[in-house]
Design a protein around this ligand. Structure first.
Ligand code: BES
Ligand code: ZN
Ligand code: ZN
Length: 487
């Protein structure tokens, strides 16, 4: 029987650049919204269809050379992402209709860009085309015929170079989506470690090491072991090391790898619990980003660390009231077993900083429901000990189309995470996202540190821009771009 799980990482569409049309390839053209000069009647008809030009609108032309008209609105680069995503979805459904009607499936289509489209437009369009048609299904059905290639028809000189980078960034986002979308009955900590190792195979200067529960116990990873102790699937620590020759700067990236979060004994309500299969989205972003960083051969040393565990309920679960000793010795008073992300991150932060002495540390985690309330589901929260690092993250996000908002590490709340029985208190109440960040800060020391809380944007329940419902891969692209900023 065929394995119904899709391969992880899945395959991305091929993007080609060409300056001429190949006969027989279905063609789409991009259309800006009507300007005042176009008058009340709007744009001239094409093949009997009057284009709206609205970004995200795709109209089908029944006859003639062009088959689809994709609006790009005011023509700003951002609208090109929306247009690319809407177009690839429309073309995919057209292909499926063709197949249903017994016609031979086309495997490629071409998009004609306006003459004035620059590198940024090409990049945005490519993000839309590569990610807007993303799908993840687990099915016994034979795979449907699908698109393989998109040809961009442009004479823009920088297009080929721009696409190299975009392809890797999009591949990172798609890989992070694949990992987070994989159901938790498959996605054990060991599966996550094996999949990371497999995906890193053959990439120069990149190695992946997975540590098991025995090693974790010997080394004193009390946070990871406490959280993972309730599950039949034991925890792992995944370490990705990218060591390009001659690089001097060393960055440590740490990602929350909770393969499923029931809440533990402080159990979550049934409504929405299934969504917690994406609770390793921070870890996924880091695995995917390090792979892309190595593939792009960026001249920066990078270590990725993903403490992976399942937060489950059983006779061996950790309890509220427990006092847990982390890697390095600091102890935490457990208040709520559902605040498990910070427990595993604390161990990994101390270990990574001690072992690698990085120049800066960035962690990414679906850490708090509170952050989802603060910033909604399209913006990530950035906490940072240095203004320059916060700005670097935000700017990197802007360049790849991910929105970040700086959050404060409020000093007057710092004492709430101080312990009375142990060194620190895990879940003292107060503004959830900030308190969680202050807890993590206790494990970081003096190294410049940024904490990315992606509980909101890691998942989507609607289609927008290049995002489809499910895991979004949020933060993977920002992390690659952030590392590139140190090159
Ligand atoms: N994984 C959750 C946070 C989360 C919530 C992510 C919603 C995505 C969507 C995290 O482990 C958690 O449960 N946090 C608790 C902490 C609390 C018990 C202090 C929360 O935010 O409620
Ligand atoms: Zn939780
Ligand atoms: Zn969680």
């Amino acid at each position: 029987m065929r394995n119904p799980l899709p391969p992880v990482p899945g395959k991305l569409l091929e993007l080609e650049v060409s300056d001429d049309l190949k006969r027989g390839t279905p063609l789409a053209t991009l259309i800006a919204a009507p300007s005042e000069e176009d008058g009340d009647a709007g744009l001239a008809e094409i093949g009997g269809v009057r284009p709206t030009g609205k970004a995200g609108d795709v109209q089908t032309v029944p006859t003639g050379g062009v088959r689809w008209l994709a609006g790009v609105g005011d023509g700003e680069p951002k609208q090109y992402r929306k247009a690319g995503a809407a177009l690839v979805r429309a073309v995919t459904s057209a292909l499926e209709e063709d197949v249903k009607a017994g016609e031979k499936a086309f495997r490629a289509f071409a998009v004609e860009l306006p003459a004035d489209a620059g590198a940024e437009h090409v990049e945005e369009l490519a993000f839309g085309l590569l990610l807007g048609g993303y799908r993840f299904t687990v099915t016994a059905e034979e795979p449907k015929p699908s698109l393989r290639t998109v040809r961009l028809i442009t004479r823009h000189e920088g297009a080929v170079g721009a696409l190299e980078r975009v392809r890797e960034l999009a591949a990172a986002a798609a890989f992070a989506r694949d990992l987070a979308n994989t159901p938790s009955n498959v996605k054990t900590p060991a599966w996550l470690a094996d999949t990371a190792a497999r995906a890193a195979g053959g990439i120069p200067n990149l190695t992946v090491t997975a540590r098991d529960e025995k090693w974790l116990a010997e080394q004193g990873f009390g946070g990871v072991l406490a959280v993972g102790g309730g599950s039949a699937a034991p925890p792992r620590l995944i370490e990705l090391e990218y060591r390009p020759r001659g690089a001097t700067t060393h960055l440590l990236l740490v990602g929350k790898g909770i393969t499923f979060d029931t809440g533990g004994l402080s159990i979550k309500p049934a409504d929405g619990m299934h969504l917690m299969r994406t609770d390793m989205a921070g870890g996924a972003a880091i695995i995917a980003a390090v792979r892309a960083i190595a593939t792009l051969r960026l001249p920066v040393k990078v270590t990725g660390l993903v403490p992976a565990a399942e937060n489950h309920v059983s006779g061996s679960s950790y309890r509220p009231g427990d006092i847990v000793r982390h890697y390095g010795g600091k102890t935490t008073e457990v208040g709520n077993t559902d605040a498990e992300g910070r427990m595993v991150l604390a161990d990994a932060l101390v270990y990574g900083i001690k072992k690698h002495k990085p120049d800066a540390v960035i962690d990414a985690a679906t850490l708090t429901g509170a952050m989802k309330v603060s910033l909604g589901v399209r913006t990530g929260g950035v906490f940072a000990t240095e203004d320059a690092l916060a700005e670097r993250v935000t700017k990197a996000g802007e360049r790849v189309g991910e929105a970040w908002w700086r959050m404060p590490l409020l000093e007057d709340l710092a004492e709430t995470v101080q312990g009375s029985l142990g060194d620190v208190r895990q879940a003292p109440g107060g503004p959830g996202g900030i308190v969680a960040a202050l807890f993590l800060r206790e494990f970081v020391g003096d190294v410049p540190w940024a904490h990315l809380d992606i509980a909101g944007p890691a998942r989507a329940d609607k289609t927008y821009a290049d995002v489809v419902p499910g895991a979004t891969g949020f933060a993977a692209r920002t992390l690659v771009e952030l590392v590139a900023s140190y090159a």
